[in-house]
Write a protein that binds this ligand. Structure first.
Ligand code: AMP
Length: 213
């Protein structure tokens, strides 16, 4: 299965992608994680992406599409993947459809995780992420058992540079303009499922798994 997770920054895509990957034994492909990894490794791609990420803007399509499609050609994602943060605009969605079609595959479902803007601001400003496995936490709503340490892998937790209030505002604007039209795109294709993000991550995950059946 190829599953796309849609939703504003802070909707819980990362949390749900990790949970789905664990429960469904699937591989999570998160474009933001791929950029952050490239940045950590100081590659040219990472340095180029950082300029856009720091401003809360989208990294240009030619860089992003190539990076994600390359990742999707690896053997571990032959059977499918959970796509988190990609596609983020119509051009990326079309490039993804085309690449999958060439392999006689297609997106099975696009899950839109709905959340209010107020909730997004609260979630992102309290977010901590594992440096090692990228699992997200929240300092009050979803705190790790030991402060600063990942429950899953023991990795160190950190706050992302682009989770600053000013950058969050830009990311939300970019989401409304560029990414929200994807909801209509997948609706027209008959692939859209909408899930409201409330009642905690486990509850949201149950709704998503039910929708995938
Ligand atoms: P995320 O971890 O998904 O919130 O992504 C962090 C940042 O990486 C975004 O604000 C963008 O600057 C960049 N990014 C991630 N995915 C994409 C994408 N599909 N297209 C363009 N830029 C992206």
């Amino acid at each position: 299965m190829y599953i796309v997770l849609l939703g504003a920054p802070g909707a819980g895509k990362g949390t749900q992608a990790v949970m789905l990957a664990d429960k469904k034994k699937m591989v999570q492909v998160a474009s933001g994680d791929l950029f952050r990894k490239a940045l950590q490794e100081q590659t040219e791609l990472g340095k180029k992406a950082k300029v856009f990420m720091d401003k809360g803007q989208l990294v240009p399509n030619e860089i992003t599409i190539q990076m994600v499609l390359e990742r999707l050609s690896a053997p571990d994602v032959k059977a499918g993947a959970i796509l988190d943060g990609f596609p983020r605009n119509i051009e990326q969605a079309k490039a993804l459809d085309k690449a999958l079609k060439e392999k006689s595959r297609a997106i099975d479902k696009a899950i839109n995780i709905k959340v209010s803007e107020e909730e997004v601001l609260k979630r992102l400003s309290g977010r901590w992420v594992c440096r090692n496995c990228q699992t997200p936490y929240h300092e009050t709503d979803n705190a790790p058992k030991v402060k600063g340490v990942c429950d899953r892998c023991g990795g160190q937790l950190y706050q992302r540079d682009d989770d600053k209030p000013e950058t969050i505002k830009n990311r939300l604007q970019v989401y409304m303009k560029e990414t929200a039209p994807l909801i209509e795109y997948y609706k027209k294709a008959g692939k859209l499922v909408e899930v409201v993000s409330e009642g905690g991550p486990e509850n949201v995950n149950k709704k998503i798994i039910a929708a995938l059946r």
